[in-house]
Design a protein around this ligand. Structure first.
Ligand code: V4E
Length: 221
């Protein structure tokens, strides 16, 4: 299982120019994301993000801190505060198990009268429905620095955001990932000292303020 360590940034014209000079554009793609939760928001209130992208299920959830080994010390704590770390699970069976651990209200009867689309019957049993969906056009870049990946996202509801990402194995070297992200941020001339909002922040703020307020109140967003 992999862990994504990433720092989002707002890509100014100057940043884009620098990125085009020092990075290599490795392609552009478009994808539609659908995010799912139950009416009580049991998943997202636990910072678990279940989505379907290009026909595949993905679950992003926080990494469990391992005592001592995951302490981010000294100069890295400032960098760490600008970054997020999420585990990404792509195996459907494992996703279903993780979701079931959280959603206690599983109802076999919910599926009784519909036998069409059996594939998605687990969603109905757990009362999961789509609460957000949007399309993203993503341009991806790599840098000489090994393992650093940069995405520039343009969401169809009018939000642009960049992210510098380093993927490590679970239990891998978070500090080294943060150092790579910091060096990249410096090369790109990123100066912000505040976490930049992701697409979901803007989407929910705009289209589902009640859900947004709940997540804000428990500091998930
Ligand atoms: C983890 C998370 C969400 C799921 C979507 O994650 P995100 O990285 O924003 O989307 P995307 O499309 O770039 O995914 P990728 O292709 O990199 O896998 S929605 C909200 N969160 C939590 C979250 C947070 N609290 N703060 C920040 C800055 N980002 C995400």
């Amino acid at each position: 299982m992999s862990v994504e360590v990433e720092r989002k940034f707002i890509c100014s014209a100057d940043t884009l120019k620098t990125l085009e000079e020092i990075g290599v554009c490795v392609g552009q793609r478009q994808f539609h994301d659908q995010y799912f939760d139950n009416p009580q928001f049991d998943l997202t209130l636990r910072n678990m993000w279940l989505r379907k992208r290009k026909g595949c299920w993905e679950l992003k959830c926080p990494t469990a801190a391992v005592s001592g080994t995951e302490e981010i010390s000294g100069e890295h704590s400032e960098v760490a505060a600008l970054c997020t770390r999420y585990k990404e699970i792509t195996n459907l069976h494992e996703i279903q198990l993780r979701v079931m651990e959280v959603i206690k209200d599983v109802c076999e009867d919910r599926d009784a009268e519909t036998d069409s689309s059996q594939q998605e019957s687990w969603l109905r049993k757990m009362n999961l429905s789509c609460f957000a969906e949007f399309t993203t056009v993503r341009r991806s870049f790599t840098l000489e620095e090994e393992g650093v990946h940069i995405d520039l996202d343009q969401a169809d509801f009018g939000y642009h955001v960049g992210e510098v990402e380093v993927v490590i194995p679970e239990g891998g070297d978070v500090q080294a990932a943060l150092e790579k992200i910091e060096r990249t941020a410096q090369k790109l001339g990123l100066t912000g000292h505040q976490r930049v909002e992701g697409k979901m922040h803007i989407y929910l703020k705009r289209y589902n303020p009640a859900h947004y307020t709940k997540l804000k109140s428990v500091h998930i967003l």
